[in-house]
Design a protein around this ligand. Structure first.
Ligand code: ATP
Ligand code: MG
Length: 153
C-alpha cells in the first residue's frame, strides 16, 4: 500500500538537538531499539546533515559491526545483524521507476529494515508505515543539528 506525499501526516513528532556527529550516531543507536523487521525509515535533509551518521548508529544498534558507507552509486547496501538492514541512498535517482527496476519491492520484506537516505525524493514508493527523520542545520554552529523524528502511527 502506497501513499501520496500530501496524504501523509505525522501523528507524532519528536524533536532532538545534537551537537556532534557522535551524538547523532548515538541517537540512531537508541532509535534502533524501537525498530522491528518490516520497518522503513526515510532520512531527509541537505547534504552533510548527518543522515549517514544516523544510519551508522542504527546499524550499531542492530548489532551490525561492519563499516557502513553511503551507497550513493550502488543505491543499496545490505547488512545482516539481528535483522537484515537495507541501506539505500537515492540521491542520484531521478525517478522512482529506477528503484522499482532494481527490485525495490523485494527489499521491503518482512524480515528486513530499510533505511532510505533522501527518501523524500521517492515519497511515492515509500511504504505507508515509513518513519520520516528530518535533519536540519541549527543556526550558525556548524556542529548543531535539529532532528525531527516523525511517526505516522
Ligand atoms: N550534530 C552533527 N550530527 C551529524 N553530523 C555532524 C554533526 N555536526 C557536524 N557533523 C558533520 O557533518 C557531516 C555529516 O555527514 P553525513 O555523511 O552523516 O551526512 P549526510 O546527511 O549523510 O550527507 P549526504 O547527503 O552527503 O549523504 C560529517 O562530516 C560530520 O562530522
Ligand atoms: Mg549520506
Amino acid at each position: 500500500m502506497r501513499i501520496k506525499k500530501d496524504e501523509w501526516m505525522p501523528k507524532e513528532i519528536q524533536k532532538v538537538k545534537t551537537q556532534s556527529e557522535i551524538e547523532t550516531f548515538e541517537l540512531g543507536r537508541s532509535f534502533a531499539k524501537e525498530l522491528k523487521a518490516g520497518d522503513a525509515i526515510s532520512l531527509e535533509g541537505d547534504l552533510g546533515t548527518g543522515k549517514t551518521a544516523f544510519t551508522k548508529g542504527i546499524a550499531a544498534g542492530l548489532g551490525i559491526n561492519k563499516h557502513i558507507t553511503s551507497p550513493t552509486f550502488t543505491l543499496v547496501n545490505s547488512y545482516i545483524g539481528k535483522v537484515v538492514l537495507n541501506h539505500f541512498d537515492v540521491y542520484r535517482v531521478d525517478d522512482s521507476d529506477e528503484l522499482l527496476e532494481i527490485g525495490w519491492e523485494e527489499y521491503f520484506a518482512d524480515d528486513a529494515i530499510c533505511v532510505i537516505e533522501w527518501g523524500d525524493r521517492v515519497l511515492d514508493i515509500l511504504p505507508e508505515n515509513t518513519v520520516h527523520v528530518r535533519f536540519e542545520r541549527d543556526g550558525s554552529n556548524p556542529d548543531s543539528r535539529i532532528i525531527y523524528i516523525e511517526r505516522g502511527k
